[in-house]
Ligand binder design. Structure first.
Ligand SMILES: [Zn+2]
Length: 181
């Protein structure tokens, strides 16, 4: 599936740029261009990434849908049959820190399946969502919003397939500089 991505069509950049070396990341615009360059380079050149990324029949149990990247952010949780077949998604690695991040629970899963209030989302999530949208990606996997945090059975099931969650993602955003959400 990843082989079918045309960087020029999907990301609007000339594949010639892939061979022109890293881009200076001194502005958010350049940072976005740099990330596009890395992603296209990975898709085009990394056989190892390609072979480990997709298990054709595997789907995440839930996914955060950010909405159409061209429209204002309208996040909600999709689960089961709602998760698009062969969904392409981005993962976020983040530190929960001392503060409890905004999280999926048995009591709010129905509500979050309709709409998650943007004003409630932690800054780290919003920053990561902005990166995903800038790369025309609308589906996100974040542990605190894709695992029912007060369900032991859901945790047991989801933790058993964590390797697949990350290895099947298009790429992972690591919020390494932040000690909390
Ligand atoms: Zn790669």
């Amino acid at each position: 599936m990843l082989l079918s991505i045309n960087p020029q069509l999907t990301y609007g950049i000339d594949t010639q740029e892939i061979n022109n070396g890293p881009i200076c990341l001194d502005t958010s615009e350049n940072a976005t261009a740099g990330i596009k360059w890395w992603l296209c380079s990975c898709i085009e050149n990394h056989d190892e990434c390609r072979s480990s990324r997709k298990q054709p029949d595997w789907q995440p149990t839930r996914i955060l849908d950010l909405g159409d990247p061209a429209e204002p952010l309208s996040p909600r949780i999709l689960q089961g049959d709602q998760v698009p077949e062969g969904v392409e998604y981005v993962t976020l690695s983040h530190c929960w820190g001392l503060s409890q991040p905004f999280k999926l629970q048995s009591s709010n899963i129905n509500y979050f399946s309709t709409l998650i209030p943007i004003s409630s989302l932690p800054r780290t999530f919003l920053d990561a969502a902005a990166i995903a949208c800038s790369l025309s990606q609308r589906y996100f996997w974040i542990d605190s919003l894709c695992i029912i945090q007060d369900s032991k059975s859901d945790w047991a099931h989801e933790s058993s397939c964590m390797g697949s969650v990350y290895s099947n993602a298009l790429f992972n955003i690591a919020a390494a500089a932040s000690s909390h959400c």
